[in-house]
Write a protein that binds this ligand. Structure first.
Ligand code: CO8
Length: 258
């Protein structure tokens, strides 16, 4: 039952909301919570009624990292056999927009979860960091890679070696977060952003996500080819016909996701 309650799932029209709910341990991520989160994300990704997903925590913490109590006595062989961080590849495979709404502590695995999301709305109170070094380890779910891409080598090394967090302002300047708002506005702002995206044609939303990540991962030529063919492909959709017809008829479009 406690495990059931560690992730609260709700829906606001086409937007699903996942709330990390272990406030007594600053929403630290134990294995059961991560597995449940990933399973929910995959379920929502397959649900045609859901067009965007918001992941949030509470005002004190988005998540203060992996659950240290659960990890402390693990052996390397336990880790290797379970290979538990492969579940993070499944988050990367989610095709719908993921929006993180973060306040307070966004540390370790919490920062990695935030950086696995496509967009981030942060409160002024957000402190984002990878303090794993202070525990004798290092990030294991993308922190060294995503922080370095955002902040550049020197600043990333400084944060990863000292464990010091950055504030929302620096994260904004680095492009790690999209918007900074007062704490009470974090969820409403993330929901508003999610609703705007949910009102767009879902196939174009999905292909844009793929194309943009290809810009990070693939040679320019591969990304440009993907983009061009995705553009052509959208002309097979009803939503392209509707979007262009609605423009010409000077009325709002009704997109159907086909
Ligand atoms: N794991 C387990 N319990 C935690 C964690 C955590 N990460 N963070 C906080 N807690 C617990 C505390 O033990 C405390 O419990 P109790 O009340 O029973 O003593 C409660 O939450 C409240 O915390 P504090 O009393 O410490 O609150 P403070 O306001 O004094 O301090 C801090 C807040 C600074 C956030 C402090 O709690 C802290 O430093 N926490 C640990 C942060 C950290 O090191 N995170 C990295 C963890 S390692 C990691 O994330 C590896 C990622 C691997 C991949 C991802 C897998 C999911």
């Amino acid at each position: 039952m406690a495990e059931e309650m560690s992730l609260l799932v709700s829906q606001d029209g086409p937007v699903a909301i996942l709330r990390l709910n272990r406030p007594e341990v600053l929403n630290s991520l134990n294995r059961a919570l991560v597995e449940r989160l990933v399973a929910e994300l995959e379920r929502l990704d397959a649900d045609p009624a859901v067009l965007a997903i918001v992941i949030t925590g509470d005002e004190r913490a988005f998540a203060a990292g992996a659950d240290i109590g659960e990890m402390a006595d693990e052996s390397a062989i336990d880790m290797l056999i379970r290979d538990q961080f492969t579940v993070w590849d499944r988050i990367r495979a989610i095709r719908k927009p993921l929006i993180a709404a973060v306040s307070g502590y966004v540390l370790g695995g919490g920062a990695e979860l935030m950086m696995s999301c496509d967009l981030v709305v942060a409160s002024e109170s957000a402190r984002i960091g990878q303090p794993e070094i202070r525990l004798g380890v290092m990030p294991g779910a993308g922190g060294t890679q995503r922080l370095t891409r955002a902040l550049g080598t020197r600043r990333a090394l400084e944060l990863l070696w000292t464990g010091e967090p950055i504030d929302a302002e620096e994260a904004y300047r680095a492009g790690l977060v999209n918007r900074i708002v007062p704490a009470e506005r974090v969820l409403p702002e993330a929901l508003a952003l999610a609703r705007t995206i949910a009102s767009m044609p879902p196939l174009a939303v999905r292909l844009i996500k793929r194309a943009v990540y290809l810009a990070e991962e693939a040679p320019l030529d591969v990304g440009l080819q993907f983009e061009r063919h995705a553009f052509y492909l959208l002309f097979a959709s009803d939503d392209q016909k509707e979007g262009m017809r609605a423009f010409l008829e000077k009325r709002p479009p009704q997109f159907r996701g086909r």
